[in-house]
Design a protein around this ligand. Structure first.
Ligand code: UT7
Length: 338
C-alpha cells in the first residue's frame, strides 16, 4: 500500500477516570433494574462518575496533561488542540478553549470542539492527521472527554445503566519513518438515523437529585434495539473498509479496540469478522459507555498494560449518535531513542 506521507503517529497517550464508582447494585436502588439484567444485557458492572464540581473540561485536562507527559514534550510544544465531546457544559467557550486555559497551553494556537458522539476519537485522529500532514502544525493534542452523568436521565432505566464519565487524550505528531502510525481511516455518517440517539432538553419538571447524581437541563434519549442492529452492521463494514484500504488482512491484527457500548455488540462484530473475542480490548465492565472517551480510555489501558508493542497493527472502531461511525488502522510506532 502507498504510505501516507509524512507518517503521523501517536506520540503520547493519557487517560483520566473519576474516582467515584457507581455499581449496578447502586443503580438498582435508584431505578427498577438489577445487577443481573445490566451484566447480561450489556456486560457492564460499574461506571465512573465525576465528582461534584468536576467539569467535563477538568476530566479532559487531566487526560491531556497525562498524554503530554507520556509524549515527553512540553505544553509549549502543542500547536493544535481538538476536542471531541457531546457533554460540553455549553457551546461557548468550547471545551477545547477551556482545556487550553486550564493547561496553560500557548495562547494563539487553534482550539476547537467536534461533535461526532462515540465516534469522536476516530474522527479526531483523521482530522489531526490531515492538519499535521498539510504542514501547518507539528504536535496536535486530541482529547475525547465526556461527563455523561450530567446529561443522563437517572429516572430512565433503559439508558442510565449504560453510561459513565471519563476522558482520554493523545499527542499526535509527524515522523520521517515511512508506513508507520496512522495508516488509514474510514469515517461515515447517516443523518437520516439521527433520531436513534439524541441529547435534548429535558421535558417535564426537573426531578430532585438522587445519590448526589447531577440533574442536567438536557438528557440522552435512545432506541437501544435499533442502535444495536445498526452498530453491528456499520462497525463490521468500517473494519473491513479500513483493512481493505490499507491492504492489511484481519489476521495481521494484534488488537482491536472497539467502542465500549455493549459486550453483545462486540461479540457480534467478532463473529462477523471471524475473529476471537480475545483479539478485542474490553474495559466496559469497569467504565461503561463513555461515548467519545471510550476508545482512548481502552487504548491507554492496553498501552499501559503492555498489550501493545512497536510494529503491532491496532484497529480502532466506533459507532455513535448522529449516526456516525469510523475505523482507524494504526501500526504502532515509537521513535528510537539513542
Ligand atoms: O454508544 C451508543 C449508545 N447506545 C448503545 O450502544 C445502545 C445499544 N443497545 C443496547 O446496548 C441494548 O439494546 C440495551 C442494553 C440498551 C438493551 O438491551 P436489549 O436486549 O435490547 O433490551 P430491550 O431494550 O429489548 O429491553 C428488554 C426488556 C424490556 O422489557 P419487556 O418490554 O421485554 O418487558 C425493557 O423494558 O428489558 C427491559 N429493560 C430493563 N429491565 C431491567 C430495559 N432496561 C432495563 C433495565 N433493567 N435497566
Amino acid at each position: 500500500m502507498r504510505s501516507p506521507t509524512p507518517s503521523v503517529f501517536i506520540q503520547g497517550i493519557g487517560a483520566y477516570k473519576p474516582e467515584r464508582r457507581l455499581t449496578n447494585d447502586d443503580l438498582s436502588r435508584i431505578v427498577d433494574t438489577s445487577d443481573e439484567w445490566i451484566r447480561t444485557r450489556s456486560g457492564i458492572r460499574e461506571r465512573r462518575i465525576a465528582a461534584l464540581g468536576e467539569s467535563n473540561a477538568d476530566l479532559g485536562a487531566a487526560a491531556a496533561a497525562a498524554a503530554i507527559q507520556d509524549a515527553g514534550i512540553s505544553r509549549e510544544d502543542i500547536d493544535l488542540l481538538i476536542v471531541a465531546t457531546v457533554s460540553a457544559e455549553g457551546p461557548v467557550p468550547s471545551t477545547a478553549c477551556q482545556i487550553q486555559q486550564k493547561l496553560g497551553l500557548r495562547s494563539g494556537i487553534p482550539a476547537f470542539d467536534i461533535a461526532a458522539a462515540c465516534s469522536g476519537f476516530v474522527y479526531l485522529l483523521q482530522i489531526a492527521s490531515h492538519m499535521l500532514r498539510a504542514g501547518d502544525y507539528r504536535s496536535a493534542l486530541i482529547v475525547a472527554t465526556e461527563k455523561l452523568s450530567g446529561i443522563t436521565d437517572w429516572q430512565d432505566r433503559a439508558t442510565c445503566v449504560l453510561f459513565g464519565d471519563g476522558a482520554g487524550a493523545a499527542v499526535v505528531a509527524k515522523c520521517d519513518e515511512p508506513y508507520v502510525g496512522i495508516l488509514g481511516n474510514v469515517l461515515g455518517a447517516d443523518g437520516t438515523r439521527g433520531d436513534l440517539l439524541t441529547v435534548s432538553p429535558r421535558t417535564g419538571p426537573k426531578p430532585a437529585s438522587v445519590a448526589d447524581l447531577p440533574v442536567g437541563t438536557h438528557v440522552i434519549g435512545m432506541n437501544g434495539r435499533e442502535i444495536f442492529r445498526n452498530a453491528v452492521r456499520v462497525m463490521s463494514q468500517a473494519c473491513r473498509g479500513v483493512l481493505e484500504k490499507c491492504n492489511v488482512p484481519a489476521s495481521r491484527l494484534s488488537l482491536i479496540i472497539p467502542h465500549q457500548a455493549n459486550l453483545r455488540i462486540i461479540d457480534a462484530i467478532a463473529s462477523d469478522l471471524e475473529l476471537p473475542l480475545q483479539c478485542f480490548k474490553l474495559n466496559l465492565e469497569r467504565v461503561g459507555n463513555t461515548s467519545a472517551a471510550s476508545i482512548p480510555l481502552a487504548l491507554e489501558e492496553a498501552y499501559r498494560e503492555g498489550q501493545i508493542k512497536v510494529g503491532d497493527y491496532i484497529l480502532l472502531v466506533a459507532f455513535g449518535g448522529g449516526f456516525t461511525w469510523g475505523a482507524t488502522l494504526i501500526k504502532w510506532y515509537q521513535p528510537k531513542t539513542s
